[in-house]
Design a protein around this ligand. Structure first.
Ligand code: FE2
Length: 329
């Protein structure tokens, strides 16, 4: 079984055709799909990924050591810049910022290896988010900036397509996110180290993303990304070196009144070191969100109440509250 592949050049929300129907089917059956022909040049992606690998080495040297930064490195506003976290073995599941695990973490989990994680606030463009980005190698900030612009273009296009497939006006979800200028994007960059032959580590335990729309780039192979389908884990097989994996998260489930589900997934690590970059596109943090009214009727009763995105994320991270516990009626 293959995670469906959707070509962006054939997606036309103004004249919905076969590819729009295929995307809708993929969302219903898989809650995710691979996106190709997305218009981000392959050589730009390669150069971006190479620059990030160098940035990881530079940040690790200048700002962190594995022994001293278990909790990460923060700027003076408390924004995390670089987090080093243990990647637990198959029995260990406690990982920064992730919820909905139904496997209890062991009391004293044994780290099998380390995952280095960089969290870059990218949007909205308030107070110069680039000041928190890595400075080395030369030009890395421009590469990140270009990638952010491409991800925003893709996120808005996909939100328009998702809205039309739900029977809504194209801009409905973009407006529900607070509009182009206010929507939030956090880039989550994971550097997963090589592991010895025959060993598999869990870099992200089973979880649902607490954001809106996730656009994932896995560099150097993606066999470690698994999605849950019909009660079974399915590996995402790479169809194209620059394909992007698209999935919806908790906030999209709320805004769409459950039409688009938050994908259950996990990350494994085996073999060579690899890099992944997730662009998490979400409603503005201070916006009160709730189901779009046009998706509520007699046949589809309201499933979620309104709430603040920022309060929900804080409740998730501090108390481990799930989306249905926070927003559920
Ligand atoms: Fe995730």
């Amino acid at each position: 079984m293959e995670v469906p592949v959707i070509s962006l050049k054939d997606l036309n929300e103004e004249k919905p055709g076969d590819e729009m129907a295929k995307m809708d089917q993929a969302m219903k059956e898989w809650e995710c799909f691979q996106l190709i022909d997305h218009g981000v040049p392959g050589d730009a992606i390669d150069a971006f990924a190479e620059a990030l690998k160098v940035a990881f080495k530079a940040e690790s040297k200048t700002k962190a050591t594995k022994e001293s930064t278990r909790k990460g490195v923060y700027d003076n506003k408390g924004v995390p810049l670089l987090v080093l976290k243990p990647g637990y073995n198959a029995q260990g599941v406690a990982v920064f910022g992730i919820h909905n695990t139904d496997e209890e973490p062991p009391e004293d989990p044994e780290p099998a290896d380390w995952v280095e994680q960089m969290l870059l606030p990218c949007l909205p463009n308030v107070g110069d988010p680039t000041s928190n980005w890595p400075e080395n190698p030369l030009g890395v900030r421009e590469k990140i900036q270009n990638y952010v612009m491409e991800m925003q273009r893709l996120a808005e296009k996909l939100l328009r397509c998702l809205a039309v497939n739900a029977g809504l006006k194209p801009e409905t979800f973009i407006d529900a996110y607070g509009g182009s200028d206010a929507a939030a994007m956090m880039m989550v960059i994971n550097m997963m180290p090589a592991v010895p032959a025959g060993v598999t580590t869990l870099t992200a335990p089973r979880h649902r993303d607490i954001n809106g729309l996730n656009i994932l780039l896995v560099v150097d192979g993606r066999e470690g990304f698994q999605v849950m389908r019909n009660g079974k884990w399915c590996s995402v097989n790479c169809v194209h070196p620059h394909a992007l994996l698209i999935n919806t998260g908790d906030l999209m489930e709320v805004v769409s009144n459950g039409r688009y589900k938050s994908l259950l997934h996990r990350g494994l690590n085996c073999g060579e070191a690899r890099l992944s970059v997730a662009a998490a596109y979400s409603p503005n943090r201070f916006k009160v969100i709730g189901p779009v009214r046009d998706l509520i009727d007699e046949k589809n009763p309201r499933l979620y109440k309104e709430g603040s995105h920022a309060d929900f994320q804080a409740a998730c991270k501090i108390k481990g509250v799930t989306c249905s516990e926070y927003f559920g009626i």
